[in-house]
Structures are given as C-alpha cells and as structure tokens.
Design a protein. Structure first.
Length: 318
C-alpha cells in the first residue's frame, strides 16, 4: 500500500511539473485563456473594498470563467495584532483558509485583482507573497487583473461559482521572506537596503496613514513608490514591465544587496517585493509586513522626515 501511494505521489508530481512548466510570476490574459481548462488550475479573484466597491457581488456580476472568490480584506489574508494592522496570520490559520478554497499543494494558483487602480495590484502581490512564504511556488498574478481581462475582450462569466471541495494545504515556511522589526533594526547598521514603497509624500512625512503613529520613514531607506511601477491603459492598470528597470535604476538599488521592502501595513510593499524579487531577480528580498505601523509602535525607534524648504531628511525619535 505504501509503495503504491509513493508511486502515485511521484506521478502527480510529474504531472504538476509539466503543467507549471510555462508558468511565470506574472501572466497575461492570453496565457490564462490558453490554460483555463487545465487540471489543477485555480483562478483566485481577490477583489475587495480596497478596489472602491470590489466585493462578492461585483465578482458574481462579472468574473473570469471558472474563477473562485476570496475577499482580500475580510477573509483572513492579513490580521491585526498588538495594535499593528496588516500582519501575516499564523501558518495554521492560512493553511485552513487556503484549504477551504479547495487549494491543495498540487494546484497552480493565478491571483486576480480588480485591476482598476494603482493600489489593488498590491492585493494580488500580498497574497502571492503569502503563498511563497508558505512554500508554494506554483503561483502567478494576472497582469491587469479582471479589468484588464475584460478590456481585452476575453470571455466573462456571471453568477456564483461552485463551492470548492475543501482540500489539504500544508505549508513549508520560508522565514527568509519575512523581515521582523529586529531584522529591520539590524539592517540599518549593515549594507542592507530598506525600500519604502509608499508615495513620496508619505516618505517625506508630509502625509501619514491612520495605521501609523508618526509621519516619516525609517532612516536610511530609499523610496521606490509602488504606483510608479504601474501604468494605466484605458480603464485598467497593468504592471509596467517595460519601465521597471528604469524605476529601479533611478532608486539606485543593488540587486546583490539584502533588500527589505516596507510601506504602512505591508500592502504597497508587496508590489515592490514582487517587482524586485520576482521580476528583477534580486537575490535576497524580504518584506516587513508590520512596516511603519509596527516600526512606530515604539517611541524608541527613529523616524526620518524631510524638513520643508531644505530638501534633506532629518531623524527624529517618536
């Protein structure tokens, strides 16, 4: 019996590897259309209120054929702990969530955001990062999200999707993809790169998220605003693949250096992490999921702000 199961497992692995052979971190509508009927393919639509009205109702009114729905904000992909929003939940909770969606270890997952703005790519990127942290490599993001799919004239379905049969998903944690506050503190005195994914007004301290106690950024960080990595095309937003290297060069980032991406709560930072790690091929990129929300919990940690009219950054403690 054991030998039979072992052979079956080996067969499944071969089938899976063949299925995922042409999978890349970012796929386009043509790729997804060609693979819609593939076995073990899960199309996961993650629209939420972050998309200005995205929810199950909007999913059921128009969706990619065969897709499943999970609300990025409400379904447990992130959680608040100790007054810090946006943290990665416990591995056991994520295994349960993913399994409840019918996703097992042998499935290929394509994540679909709304594609209606510069921010919602971060929803797909954050869930992509979560799968990678859990050791699942057969995952991709649909460039342009659902809006891009619809704009390009691909088939659109409506109505609720069938309830998936629960599956078993077992994680193999990759802790190196998660940066802790202690690791960020240590990075400030090393050759590591801290990359702030927020718009420039947050980076300079002229704007502040309600989730963050103090305006400004982590001292010594570099700004690579997430929205500059996107491009609008009519009513859809795509990752600007052709322009990514120019943005990275402008930020003067070293692909061989340890790199930690952060933002306010680990949402916008997921876009930067995805671009640097999965698209640009940086060797050692992690994400600080607590980001500025966690960094500013303690008054002992310094925050850097730009003094108006001088054009340089000054360090202050909370």
């Amino acid at each position: 019996m054991f030998r039979t199961l072992s052979i079956m497992a080996g067969t499944l692995l071969i089938v899976f590897q063949a299925h995922a052979a042409d999978l890349t971190p970012l796929v386009d509508g043509d790729w997804l259309k060609a693979h819609l009927d593939d076995d073990n393919l899960v199309i996961l639509d993650v629209r939420s209120a972050i998309d200005d009205g995205g929810d199950r109702e909007s999913f059921e009114s128009a969706r990619i054929p065969g897709s499943l729905y999970s609300n990025y904000i409400e379904d447990g992909w992130r959680e608040s702990r100790n007054d810090v929003a946006g943290l990665m939940p416990d591995v056991d909770d994520l295994e349960t969530l993913i399994g409840s969606l019918g996703i097992g270890n042998d499935d290929t997952v394509v994540i679909v955001s709304a594609g209606t703005g510069e921010t919602d790519f971060g929803s797909a990127a954050r869930i992509y990062w979560t799968f990678k942290v859990l050791g699942h490599d057969a995952v991709a993001i649909l460039n342009g999200g659902f809006a891009g799919w619809q704009q390009q004239g691909f088939e659109v379905a409506s109505g609720s999707s069938p309830n998936p049969e629960p599956a078993t998903f077992q994680a193999s944690l990759r802790e190196e993809l998660i940066a802790t506050t202690e690791e960020v503190e240590a990075a400030r005195s090393s050759q590591a790169q801290l990359v702030d994914a927020r718009p420039s007004d947050y980076f300079t301290g002229d704007n502040k998220s309600p989730a963050v106690r103090v305006a400004g950024t982590i001292p010594g960080s570099t700004n690579l605003p997430h929205h500059t990595l996107m491009r609008g095309q009519d009513d859809a937003f795509f990752l600007d693949v052709d322009g990514l290297q120019a943005r990275i060069n402008e930020a003067e980032l070293d692909r061989n250096a340890q790199t930690i991406a952060f933002c306010n709560t680990g949402h916008w930072a997921a876009t930067d992490w995805f671009v640097l790690s999965e698209m640009a091929g940086f060797d050692n990129v992690s994400m600080y999921d607590g980001s500025m929300a966690a960094w500013t919990v303690s008054d002992a940690r310094p925050v850097q702000v730009a003094k108006r009219g001088i054009g340089r950054l000054l360090d202050f403690f909370n």
